[in-house]
Write a protein that binds this ligand. Structure first.
Ligand code: TXA
Ligand code: MG
Length: 317
């Protein structure tokens, strides 16, 4: 399978592959026609740059220049793993990949199939998440198959993704490190490794924030996040003939009465919750429910990336 995938990539075809975060839609990062096809298949606007996946830290200098020592510290600590570094790009990096920005996103994923693919291909693989623009990222091969299967040349099966949310993206191309997209590698873990303060974008609106399009990472079904008080009110005001809803909770405090409604209890541990979230949203996004309601998650730092994705899925907190 890996040999076939490598051959397809060499021919400029698209191969979906598992990473530990989510499934990626991969193409040869140096082949403009293949990159253009990624944007066409995803229906993604050209101003959203792609992450280049590499096999080995030695390849960093092929794609990036003026690399901050902080980047090497983070790479040594967290690679292979769910962290993307934004660095000043080498001039040969395609404008199609970087959306004409002077920077490039780079990551070494740790999923064994991603690693085998990258090692055997021997070059960088540009890969966004393997979903249509603004939809939820896929965390199983079946989700990729259902969403984009007829347009992809091969999907490598790698089981359910271990992390389940997209990588933490950190910009090291400016003076100070800035997290552009929170992920399961937290700000504190990064700050501790670097020994410097780290900001999260948002406080800095001038910076281009990944996924800042209205309703990114979103189900098609109307989705709302509710705190305990809002949930109490919701249940209180529920009429007996209400349209069916699905509730995703993480505490055991809730139950639904009508059989056409659905209750899913996810873990109260952030890692397990992250692992299950997208698959759960996908399974509920079938048109069967008029709305998906999500119990607000705790405020602790390990929940930051989850809160970010719930906000983007619902437009509310
Ligand atoms: O976990 C992940 O990061 C997954 C797996 C497949 O590696 N990939 C992923 O790619 O989530 P994508 O394209 O769905 O999201 C990447 C985000 C985009 O929002 C893009 O705008 C941002 O990264 N990005 C990429 N290159 C960038 C750059 N040079 N500067 C700022 N943002 C960048
Ligand atoms: Mg994406």
């Amino acid at each position: 399978m890996i040999d076939e995938a490598v051959n397809l990539l060499r021919q400029g075809k698209l191969v979906a592959f598992p990473t530990e975060t989510v499934y990626g839609l991969g193409a040869d990062a140096a082949n403009p026609a293949a990159i253009a096809r990624i944007f066409a298949v995803k229906k993604r606007p050209a101003d959203h740059p792609l992450i280049i996946h590499i096999a080995n830290i030695n390849e960093l200098e092929h794609w990036a220049q003026n690399i901050s020592p902080l980047a090497f510290k983070l790479a040594e600590k967290f690679w292979p793993g769910p962290l993307t570094l934004i660095l000043k790009k080498q001039l040969h990096v395609l404008d199609l990949v970087t959306a004409c920005q002077p920077t490039v996103g780079l990551r070494i994923p740790r999923h064994p199939i991603a690693q085998a693919l990258l090692k055997n291909f021997g070059r960088g693989i540009a890969a966004p998440s393997a979903n249509l623009f603004t939809h939820i990222s896929p965390t199983t091969a079946q989700a990729v198959q259902e969403e984009l299967g007829d347009q992809i040349d091969l999907i490598l099966e790698g089981g359910a993704c271990e992390v389940g949310l997209e990588s933490t993206i950190i910009d090291l191309s400016q003076g100070e490190p800035v997290i552009l997209r929170p992920g399961m590698i937290t700000k504190s873990a990064i700050a501790e490794t670097l020994g410097v303060t780290v900001k999260i974008a948002g406080e800095m609106p001038a910076i281009r924030t990944p996924g800042n399009h209205f309703l990114h990472y979103a189900p098609a079904t109307a989705t709302r996040v509710m705190n305990a008080l809002q949930l109490d009110n919701f249940f209180h005001q529920l009429e007996s003939n209400h349209p069916p809803f699905a509730l995703i909770a993480h505490s055991q405090a809730y139950s639904v009465r009508a059989t056409r409604d659905r209750l899913i209890i996810l873990s109260d541990q952030a890692n397990q919750y992250a692992h299950d979230l997208y698959q759960t949203l996908r399974s509920l996004d079938t048109g069967e429910y008029q709305q998906i309601i999500i119990e607000a998650v705790p405020l602790g730092e390990e929940w930051t990336a989850i809160r970010d994705r719930l906000f983007k899925a619902s437009g509310s907190l």
